[in-house]
Design a binder for this molecule. Structure first.
Ligand code: VNL
Length: 395
């Protein structure tokens, strides 16, 4: 009988300890684990290569400790297949007990993980995929890349103001392409232009030739194009072969087509292409000069917007950990990320506290040769652009 109170007290203590461990598991954990899932092989391998290099550069430059916590990257290759992305995310959450998931090279890959982020209550930082609806699929998704409507609306506005009246749109047939097609048409029509045909090309193994022939037959002033990062060279090769430029048809695009990773392979047929995007390797700022130099030194290739998305994704995790003083609980990190602003190598950025998308400048650029290399040379800036789809829904 006399043992009873002691026993009971022990039980209470044990229960309290167990409760504390479940309520504050991240506080007890000394290492913050970031599960990075990227397409390292397959058709979007360039995205994985860029993002991995940037995440590693961030740690090399800023150290593997923040707010007293050690940071560990666990990098996985999903080969660009959504079922693999999903399985890897589950394993990272259940077995490795990661505090953050980061990466996601294509829209279907980001979408496959959204329910897991919601269930695990940990931030899913989307550093690449860019269909507008992605951030609405989980309250734990935060995006450091961009949205296609965000990048496209300024292209439509510039076109309407610069003598382009008739356009054919040609996009990859999936989320971001359809976003770009709609955003371009809506805005260009508002500006008095006309979209005379909307063409969708399969995402996998695209043959652009028959579509380019249809563009040629419609003889518009310009063709507006979206293909994902890494597909620009295949497109440009066929564009040049079909003689569209000689037929007087201008190429306008989002910067995904003239992506810095492949731009030098596109050859002189890319010269003069006007496009809109959030990052250029030639962006003129001290932060970007230092970034490009360090990136090239570490990797022997230049960074593109996929590298910058991942670099800022890492920066966001570090800033959030500083703000929470090392508390890596998912909800605490998420709350710290909302509204966070910083000077990115792309220019000033902020995580929209309402949508968890990124508010950033969109630049109008022209492909030019500088020092023997092709660059997207920025010549106009539209400041602090929000995702226009969500901004319109709010009104
Ligand atoms: C996506 C959008 C992918 C833009 C991209 O490159 C890109 C996407 C791989 O949301 O799937 O440039």
């Amino acid at each position: 009988m006399s043992m009873k109170p002691v026993f009971a007290r022990r039980t209470v203590l044990a229960a309290a300890a167990a409760l504390a461990a479940t309520a504050f598991p991240a506080l007890a954990q000394e290492t913050v684990k970031i599960g990075v899932i990227l397409p390292m092989t397959g058709p979007s391998a360039s995205t994985g290569k860029q993002a991995e290099a940037a995440a590693k550069l961030w740690i090399q430059q800023n150290g593997a400790t923040v707010a007293g916590k050690k940071v560990e990257l666990i990098i996985k290759d999903d080969t660009g297949a959504p079922d693999v992305t999903k399985r890897l995310a589950q394993e990272l959450v259940v077995n490795d007990k990661v505090n953050v998931l980061l990466g996601f090279g294509l829209t279907p890959l980001a979408l496959a993980v959204a329910p897991i982020a919601t269930q695990a209550k940990i931030p899913q930082i989307v550093t690449a995929a860019a269909t507008a609806i992605i951030t609405e699929q989980s309250p734990f998704i935060v995006r450091t890349s961009f949205t296609l409507p965000q990048a496209t609306v300024p292209m439509a506005q510039w076109s309407a103001k610069n003598g382009i009246k008739k356009v054919v749109t040609l996009v990859s047939d999936y989320g971001p392409g359809i976003d770009a097609e709609k955003a371009f048409k809506d805005e260009f029509t508002k500006g008095g232009g006309e979209v005379v045909a909307e063409l969708r090309v399969p995402l996998r193994n695209p043959d652009f030739a028959p579509f380019l022939q249809r563009v040629k037959d419609a003889s518009p002033d310009a063709v507006f194009v979206f293909v994902p990062s890494g597909f620009g060279s295949a497109f440009m090769k066929q564009f040049a072969e079909r003689g569209l430029t000689q037929a007087g048809i201008k190429l306008i695009a989002t910067g995904d087509v003239t992506d810095d990773d492949v731009l030098n392979e596109l050859g002189d047929s890319a010269l003069g292409v006007v496009n809109t995007h959030h990052y250029s390797a030639s962006h003129d700022s001290p932060e970007n000069k230092a970034f490009v130099e360090a990136f090239k030194k570490a990797n022997n290739f230049r960074p593109n917007f996929m590298a910058v998305g991942a670099y800022d994704g890492m920066q966001l995790v570090y800033k959030a950990l500083e703000k929470t003083k090392g508390n890596a609980d998912g909800q605490a990190l998420l709350d710290a990320m909302k509204g966070m602003s910083w000077t990115s190598v792309r220019g000033p950025v902020q995580i929209d506290p309402e949508t968890r998308d990124i508010i950033q400048n969109i630049y109008v650029r022209k492909v030019e040769k500088v020092g023997g290399e092709l660059f997207n040379q920025e010549f106009a800036t539209i400041e602090k652009v929000k995702d226009p789809v969500k901004a319109a829904k709010k009104q």
